[in-house]
Ligand binder design. Sequence first.
Ligand code: AMP
Length: 399
Amino acid sequence: MKVLVLNSGSSSIKFQLFRSDDWSVPAAGSVTRIGEPEAVLRYSWTDAKGSAQTLEERAAMPDHQQGLQRIAGALARSGALADPAELLAVGHRVVHGGEAFHAPTCVDDDVIEAIRQVVPLAPLHNPANLDGILVARALFPNTPQVAVFDTAFHQTMPRTAYRYAISDDLYREHGVRRYGFHGTSHHYVGRRAAERLGKPFEQCNLITLHLGNGASATAIREGSSIDTSMGMTPLEGLVMGTRCGDIDPAVPFYLSQQLGLDNDRLEDLLNRQSGLLGLCGDNDLREIQRRAEEGDEAAELALGVTAHRLKKYIGAYLAELGRTDALVFTGGIGENSAELRARACGGLEPLGIQLDAEANAAASSEERAVSSPQSPIQVWVIPTNEELQIAREALAAVS
Ligand code: AMP
């Protein structure tokens, strides 16, 4: 039997098909440029003889319905999903669940309405996620659809961590509070780390650092998120590829007054023109590292500000957790950049974090410890797998 995972964006649908017995992936791919004159289906699968196959198709796909129909057609023709009755569940990534969702949830009309209610909190993401759910429900009417929320894992944060110091009415009437994101990834790598530590997740205190184009840090106490760096939106917290992360909230007023920037320009500036890109003109960390090695000052500053912010969060979460078992790096940067791991952990030896320089520098795509054997707090690199986590949670929700 199988589980299909869908991640629907505004103009794309990414998908992975899992076998529910061994969680192998017989087929995966994406449709991109939905709504443009020519959309692209990229599909890879394992055929009946066990050989890897790929195909790329270009065709007009005006909306998500057409996109998902193409995907379903490709899955059927390739034999990866010859009969939709093989599907136990379709798991959907949903960015924002507000306060309504603490766990993966089987979709019915009430759930769809509740996801719609939080659209104002995630206007760029939730409408596309909803589209994916509605289309999949129509296409696979006999298969349970499960919404898996990026925010759900952080719903265990105490009030002291999720409330902003602003009026109670703004929280109660408008939902202005911290929610946190990347929950599926923090949860996945946290559980993997617990396995590697040989302890139940429910007994582990961890700091998980998801560092990719978007980036967030989470403090996990006894298996539950107690604090995370992203806030009401994914703009708060660490320095990201193009997002500024933490900034004095007065900066937008100042820019509005001095430069006459309106809300849209400010939103674009802080979400898409800031972070690494704003600091040095690049948001690909490989390029930034290369430039810094050649002595480029802006690139060096970008690395420095990013590492400084990371270190602040690590320190804060060490203080919140008290006892910490492990620090876990994941995401494109966390998994691959020995340089940023070294910069973030450098100087934290007195706090119990001792990297092993050789283990940290070794390139690998495997789960691995990069701390020295005597480090009181272990440091792990754990490749994230949000799709697998969504597939497992979707199956658990329907069983
Ligand atoms: P993600 O959003 O998780 O795909 O991560 C994207 C980020 O990972 C980009 O900033 C990439 O430059 C960075 N990245 C990917 N591979 C490497 C690498 N080998 N070394 C440093 N950064 C990398």
